[in-house]
Design a protein. Structure first.
Length: 143
């Protein structure tokens, strides 16, 4: 069953490799005898599910998470069962790819209204005047 990323993109199971390993951390004897950690490996460059543009976007956002061969490797070990870890891992994988494929929102620059600039300058002038009044009188005879 393919993994659906969005309405136009889905990844066939053949492009994703799952493996299991022993989990770390607390869990008693269960940790020592059950392979509950699930590891997902996805080779983006070899994938046929994405266009070259989409691949560039994914590499741009997920580049640090990939190894030198371009393989994205993720793991889940929170749950005690392998199935629960696999389900969580697939959800995280899909969410990660969806975020990296979303178009970036560009900030529309705004300008400060003229009235606000004038008000700021007026406040500065007022503050200057207040400080000038508070100054001690200068003795002009010494100059």
């Amino acid at each position: 069953m393919p993994i659906v990323i969005n309405a136009f993109t889905s990844i066939p199971d053949s492009e994703i490799q799952f493996s299991a390993a022993r989990s770390t951390g607390p869990g008693g004897q269960n940790v020592n005898k059950v392979n509950s950690r699930v590891i997902l490996e996805f080779d983006l460059q070899a994938s046929l599910a994405f266009t070259p543009y989409q691949k560039r976007r994914i590499i741009g956002s997920l580049g640090p998470r990939m190894n030198k061969q371009g393989i994205l490797r993720m793991q889940a070990q929170r749950h005690r069962s392998q199935l629960a870890n696999r389900t969580e891992l697939i959800e995280r994988f899909v969410e990660l790819l969806q975020k990296s494929l979303q178009p970036t929102k560009y900030r529309v620059p705004t300008r400060v209204p003229t009235r606000i600039k004038e008000k700021r300058l007026e406040n500065k002038k007022q503050r200057t005047q207040t400080k000038r009044v508070r100054q001690s009188p200068r003795n002009f005879d010494d100059a």
